[in-house]
Write a protein that binds this ligand. Sequence first.
Ligand code: ADP
Ligand code: MG
Length: 311
Amino acid sequence: MPSEFALIDRYFRRPTHQTVLGVGDDGAIVRPTAGMELVISTDMLVAGTHFLPETNPEDLGWKTLAVNVSDMAAMGATPRWALLAAALPAATESWIEKFARGFFACADAFGIDIVGGDTTRGPRNFCVTIFGEVPAGMALLRSGAKRGDDIWVSGQPGQAALALAHLQGRHVLGHPMLTDCLAALQRPQPRVPLGLALRGLATAAIDVSDGLLADLGHILDASKVGATLRIPELPAAGLERDCWLAGGDDYELVFTVPASRHGEIGAIAATLSLALTCIGTIDSNERGTLTVLDAEGQPVDTARRGYDHFA
Ligand code: ADP
Ligand code: MG
């Protein structure tokens, strides 16, 4: 195995496009754009907890960065710089090469410079810190939802969880669902263009990493409001319904928009070629209360709300 420094040089050092000083010194130097605020976030992926040990390394590289980009999308920020802290077992270079290929494919797709990191030996574990920019005061927060707002979700929630159930033999998916669900699990598409379009329009936003109900619950708590969901596309029952409501790992956006601006969302959906579905309303000031109704208007049992690492 090559030295730590040879590994960094060979696989993690790429030309930068919007950076004063990138990989190679004790610190990176970046120049934030005048008038913009920095949005900063970090997310860790641990083998066995966040990904199956046999995961394709190129997909894993993509996802390691994509889940962080998703946090920028949820804030309405443009992602710009990221650092990668990697613990690797005595990994073969071919594994690292594939991981880096997926990781930089995501960086290129979203115009992000990788400006540094840390590389150490250990159980496989990746931690990205990401920096994005948003015009001052324009970030999308969890705390701004108001009574009377509609609740929207992008894409098809639950697909990643369905793919995982398929891979673990708990569910069988046929084509073309299988292809779509595997893509959602392995190559999540952070909704950056949607986040940018929602600036000045959405009152609150969050990305779905732990499950729709759990993550919507964070908006309700932070905004001190309650909601009722009436979900037009909710699967009738069973695992598919559970995945829709509580499946993690989708990286879709859930957001709230004043009802008076309902029409603007359709235009965004068309421009972005992205499904945007109105799934309910913020209808009370009772913090955190959430009712889910099925197609007949009957309450759905929502005991299983999402993933909690320590529950
Ligand atoms: P230091 O000893 O000062 O912490 P390192 O030897 O850890 O520096 O890293 C050398 C350079 O390589 C630094 O610029 C660091 O940011 C960068 N770097 C280390 N690991 C990675 C990585 N996995 N991806 C990107 N840059 C990295
Ligand atoms: Mg270091």
